[in-house]
Design a protein around this ligand. Sequence first.
Ligand SMILES: CC(C)(COP(=O)(O)OP(=O)(O)OC[C@H]1O[C@@H](n2cnc3c(N)ncnc32)[C@H](O)[C@@H]1OP(=O)(O)O)[C@@H](O)C(=O)NCCC(=O)NCCS
Length: 234
Amino acid sequence: MTTPGPLTPPKPVEVAAHPKRTPPSASLPRVIAKRAAGLLATILVLPAFAAYVLGRAVLGPVKAFAGWSQALSILPGLTGEYLRRAFYQLALAHCGQDVCTTFGTVISHPTTSLGNRTYVGAFCVLGDVTLEEDVLLGSHVSVINGGAQHGIERLDVPVREQPGQWRRITIGRDSWIGDRSVVLANIGRHCVVGAGSVVVTPLEDYAIAVGNPARVLRYRNQESLTSAESKAEA
Ligand SMILES: CC(C)(COP(=O)(O)OP(=O)(O)OC[C@H]1O[C@@H](n2cnc3c(N)ncnc32)[C@H](O)[C@@H]1OP(=O)(O)O)[C@@H](O)C(=O)NCCC(=O)NCCS
């Protein structure tokens, strides 16, 4: 029997995202109430969006957007969640259905894309990133655009003035990033990153990685793969 080593990504296998998943039942009144609240939130943020569009013409998209993201980040509770989602659906490159960004979370770039049902915990900082659908970020997570925003080669020029490289980061769907992690590299789909980890190299789909720098413990689909192989060979 051949089984993959502990740090070797398993061969690609078809695993249904959530084979036994049944969508949570939502009663019609609840759906209507949520839609109405969403619509109300959109109406309420329209002046902010209009001000952002004006500010964008003067300050440029990044400066104008970051200021509104900071302002909206301090609105508490469910009200804040609805208002932020409404604003982001107007202003971001993409903000899907049922996205939740909680208190204190700041997004720096309007080019950011948030997939359906993405959940971003409290006090996160997001750069120019793509979070695919069902991504779950704990609190105090930073997703930044690589580790080389500034050059560090020259000693006669301040670091802040040295050009660097800006890498757009993608976190694949259904990945869960633990509290206080820092993500500087792409993360595949269905991954788990342990609390307090620093991800500096890309993670393959299904990886569970922990530590600083984050190292792969195992792959979530490894067990099912090996048991499937055993069954096939039996
Ligand atoms: C990574 C995690 C999911 C556990 O995964 P797991 O595969 O069940 O791992 P285990 O608990 O079996 O631990 C395996 C090893 O990794 C270590 N480990 C687990 N989590 C770790 C972490 N966050 N950082 C460093 N090492 C960690 C364990 O100590 C253990 O080490 P050992 O083999 O030397 O004893 C969990 O520890 C974690 O960090 N969850 C995130 C929780 C969180 O941030 N929630 C936010 C709210 S959404």
